[in-house]
Design a protein around this ligand. Structure first.
Ligand code: PHB
Length: 364
């Protein structure tokens, strides 16, 4: 047997994944009315089912968790039915798919909130930048700080969403604690200035995430739950005074819960990371499977796996533009060029019409 590479199978919880290539969660803003997934979404995911694992686009656990137009939810019966079509199509194609559980916190806008309410956050700190709404880009507002007594309700929203994900036929769930959304807002001290049991010390700032993961593993078992973090990603106006200490603490606490994997967004989304961390130490504190993410290509992913720096690698844009990315990497074949103009929103164009290698060859 040669060294571990992208095509080496791996055990993840109860599953044996055919390869170590994961389709990363990608917001595509193509859910139907009522934030309900539909047939086109099922086709898109099924086209990509040769990934060892698909992690779905970020999906709202509650109406309050919505932050962008046309993003899917998992809080209503119609949404569960829509996702059943997606998971059925992926399974029919031989794939496996986890659902990513999402609450955007302050990265929302009253126009996206039930009753036009203020978005909620750990603290009333307005992020720099603009919200993406049905009316176009609008300045972020100052969010409302959640009361301590509301936090059990947030945990319940995640628990209910996890139950719905089970009913929708997913193979597992990933808790989104990255990229400046609600759970990350609690973790990092640039957005969390609370003075209750959910702010201040590392244990306090990690408390909501741990309660959420505990609730979700109560539904799924820890072996079918992953967690995504982004220690140095400044996206959504995020900052922490000590990302190394914070995320080593978080990794250690998650290790104790025995979850299936830790998913690391290693760099910055849409910008430059101003901070650095030693990922090896964070990974060591976790001890379980580590899924690396952030601009990897075949060669760099191969090196990360061969050296043991990662156990799996997730690919975003490459999977978006290449439904058969696994076959293309195997064959060292050229990749389709991604069209950034169709990343967010629209229909089939730039979504389900990227050709496979075979289709491209047949078309000459
Ligand atoms: C986005 O919609 O831009 C987005 C959503 C979820 C992420 C990152 C970016 O984790």
């Amino acid at each position: 047997m040669g060294p571990i590479d992208l095509f080496t199978p791996i055990h993840l919880g109860p599953y044996t994944l055919a390869n170590r290539m994961v389709m990363a969660p990608l917001t595509r803003n193509r859910a139907g009315a009522g934030n309900v997934p539909h047939g086109l979404n099922a086709l898109y995911y099924a086209q990509r089912a040769t990934a060892g694992l698909i992690v779905s686009e970020a999906t709202q656990v509650s109406p309050q968790g919505v932050g962008y137009p046309h993003t899917p939810g998992i809080h209503g019966a119609e949404q569960v039915a829509g996702w059943q079509d997606v998971t059925g199509a992926v399974h029919h194609a031989g794939g496996r798919i986890f659902l990513q559980l999402w609450h955007v916190g302050r990265i929302s806008h009253p126009s996206l909130q039930p009753g036009g309410a203020l978005p909620v956050a750990p603290s009333a700190i307005r992020p720099a930048g603009e919200a993406i709404t049905y009316q176009g880009m609008l300045p972020f507002v100052t969010p409302r700080a959640l009361e301590t007594g509301e936090l059990p309700g947030i945990v319940d929203d995640y628990r209910r969403a996890a139950v719905h994900a089970l009913a929708a036929g997913f193979d597992g769930v990933e808790v989104h604690a990255a990229n400046g959304y609600l759970l990350d807002q609690f973790l990092r001290d640039g957005s969390n200035r609370r003075t209750d049991a959910y702010g201040g010390s590392l244990a306090n700032r990690a408390r909501l995430l741990m309660e959420v993961v505990d609730a979700v593993t109560g539904v799924w078992g820890p072996e079918r739950v992953g967690v995504r973090i982004s220690p140095v990603n400044p996206f959504n106006d995020m900052h922490d005074s000590d990302p190394q200490g914070l995320f080593e603490f978080v990794a250690g606490a998650l290790s104790a819960l025995g979850i299936a994997y830790l998913h690391g967004v290693e760099g910055a989304i849409g910008g430059v990371a101003r901070q650095t961390v030693d990922l090896g130490r964070i990974r060591a504190a976790f001890g379980g499977l580590y899924m690396a993410n952030g601009g990897y290509d075949k060669a760099r992913a191969g090196r990360a796996l061969a050296s043991g720096a990662a156990d799996l690698v997730s690919f975003g844009v490459p999977f978006l533009a290449n439904p058969d990315l696994v076959a293309r990497f195997r064959a060292d074949a050229p990749l389709n060029t991604p069209d950034a103009a169709t990343f967010y929103g629209g229909g089939a164009e730039g979504y389900t019409d990227y050709p496979t290698l075979e289709q491209a060859r047949a078309a000459g």
